[in-house]
Design a protein around this ligand. Structure first.
Ligand code: ME8
Length: 514
């Protein structure tokens, strides 16, 4: 049986519509999930929405809705976006799902049984926007003396009786975890930050609230709902039926990768492993904190009015252009900027003018001059084997890069092979060989079709829809193995191409977004 691979995104707050940061996270996770499937892993991929907490309750109140109504309305935008962006998730989890309540209560009970939960009075600073508690020493002062969290969000003084989790007991075990599993937190910058934070000492964490009721009820403690992050993190267990005796999905635990944004590493790399250790549950293998997407270099915020709608960008420029841009242009793990011009320039340069042009030139030439029939091997030249070796090397580099989450480096390697193919076609000039040396022309075209197929299979995790369209034209599939005797089998069977249709349109900057 194939080895399981479990990947999750953060679950997103549906207190508003999704923005491009949410889209980016889903797209990156989807490319990794597709890549792992292609490598033969038994993948489970989960994304969803995080629906409890004060932020949701307050946003709903301001709109005169119940929190559940708000969650229903907004969660639908997230799941529609996931579908529209071709995100191949196995479950879209909502923390208001019934099985999630049971799972959250089960982990709570396990932590209680360990003796890690106690009732006390909480007094301290809370940021509703971050749904996070902060220590006085972490705060700064904003305009008019307003106290701000390290993320620049306002904090308010909170005092209530709550349950506490003995986080302070886990300082040593956590430091040992970071030491013994150096890849537990990536990238390096995030790891260093977390190690420093934990070395600085951990205070016990308030894990229930009594001032509102939109959350998972604390078992045996009427009036208390769980702190939203306790239930939110538990979604990763809910999604595979961890506490359900009969669940066949349990084989996916421990998760291979929690893909999240850099702002929520503390929750995933400190609180989450501590909860799991307390409940005697195996720890995930890796938490990766990707960077932030900036709008022309600026942080997006509702007050600046520069929050980009990913669906509008996908509608204007195409889903695969957006996917390709984000994965090629943003060094995975660092922040990256986007603009309409940058998307159009990148998609045109790499997809329309390079890969698209390569495929179109080759397939249209075969359709026109050979009546669409793939030619059998002609007279080969060392340049042919050299090109195929370049393509093979690039696909390997892509694979090694994706396996270590160096996503943009993988795409860059792929692109270098596309350039090599375009150089090859220019030098070999099959259009000139048509009259002078048809036998040689056959070999050139055969080499190009092999290269195009392998390159389309390789890049499929990034641009699945376009790659599939292109592969369909030559009757190949993303799951096919690279190289192989595919071409010879196809050509000797007399396979005939339909007249090819362009897969990568040239994009223009659109008025609406300019
Ligand atoms: O944090 N660029 O939800 P969320 C890239 N519910 N990524 C971004 C981004 C940007 N501009 N803005 C946000 C939450 N993100 C919690 C998670 S998980 C158990 C609970 C990322 O809707 C952010 O870092 O605020 C996070 O990974 C995800 O989008 C959801 O953010």
């Amino acid at each position: 049986m194939a080895e399981p691979y479990y990947i999750t995104t953060a679950i997103h707050y549906p207190n508003g519509k999704p923005h491009i940061g949410h889209a980016y996270e889903m797209i990156a996770a989807d490319a990794i999930a597709r890549f792992q499937r292609q490598q033969g892993r038994d993948v489970r991929f989960m994304t969803g929405t995080d629906e409890h907490g004060l932020k949701m309750a307050q946003t709903a109140r301001a709109r005169d809705l119940t929190a559940r109504q708000l969650a229903d309305e907004m969660s639908a935008y997230f799941s529609e976006m996931a579908d529209d962006l071709n995100i191949s998730y196995d479950r879209f989890i909502r923390t208001s799902d019934v099985d999630h309540y049971a799972a959250s209560q089960a982990i709570w009970q396990a932590m209680a049984a360990k003796g890690d939960l106690y009732l006390d009075r909480y007094e301290g600073w809370y940021s509703v926007r971050d749904e996070a508690f902060y220590e006085e020493k972490e705060l700064s002062e904003g305009e008019g003396g307003v106290k701000l969290s390290p993320h620049g969000t306002p904090v308010e003084w909170t005092a209530e009786e709550t349950w506490f989790f003995k986080l302070s007991n886990y300082q040593q075990p956590l430091l040992e975890l970071y030491e013994s599993q150096p890849d537990f937190i990536r990238p390096e910058r995030a790891r260093n930050e977390i190690v420093k934070f934990v070395e600085g000492g951990l205070v016990d964490l308030s894990v229930s609230r009594t001032s509102f009721d939109w959350g998972v009820p604390v078992p045996g403690s009427p009036g208390h709902v769980m702190y939203v992050w306790v239930d939110a993190l538990t979604n990763y267990l809910t999604g595979i039926g961890y506490f359900d005796e009969d669940s066949e999905l349990k084989r996916y635990w421990p998760a291979d990768l929690h893909l999240i944004g850099k702002d929520i590493t503390r929750f995933h790399a400190v609180y989450w492993p501590a909860f799991l250790m307390s409940a005697d549950i195996a720890l995930p293998k890796q938490v990766f904190g990707h960077g932030f997407i900036l709008n022309r270099g600026e942080k997006m915020s509702k007050s600046t009015g520069n929050v980009a709608d990913p669906m509008e960008l996908a509608r204007l420029y195409g889903v695969d252009s957006l996917r390709y841009f984000l994965l090629r242009e943003v060094n995975f793990g660092s922040d990256g900027s986007f603009s309409d011009e940058a998307i159009v320039t990148r998609a045109n340069a790499d997809l329309a003018n390079s890969f698209g042009n390569l495929a179109q030139r080759t397939l249209a030439f075969i359709a026109k001059n050979l009546d669409g029939v793939l030619p059998e091997a002609g007279r080969s030249d060392p340049a042919d084997a050299e090109l195929l070796a370049t393509v093979d090397g690039a696909c390997r580099e892509f694979r090694d890069s994706f396996a270590t989450l160096a996503l943009s480096q993988g795409v860059e390697a792929w692109m270098r092979a596309v350039f090599a193919c375009n150089q090859y076609i220019d030098v070999q000039a099959p259009w000139a060989l048509r009259k002078t040396d048809p036998d040689r022309m056959h070999a050139v075209l055969g080499t190009l079709v092999r290269a195009i197929r392998d390159l389309a299979i390789c890049i499929w995790p990034v641009i699945p829809e376009s790659a599939e369209k292109l592969l369909a034209q030559i009757d190949a599939k993303p799951a096919d193995s690279l190289g192989s005797d595919w071409y010879d089998v196809k050509a000797s069977s007399g396979f005939r191409l339909a007249p090819p249709t362009g897969v990568f349109p040239r994009l223009d900057l659109k008025e609406a977004a300019a």
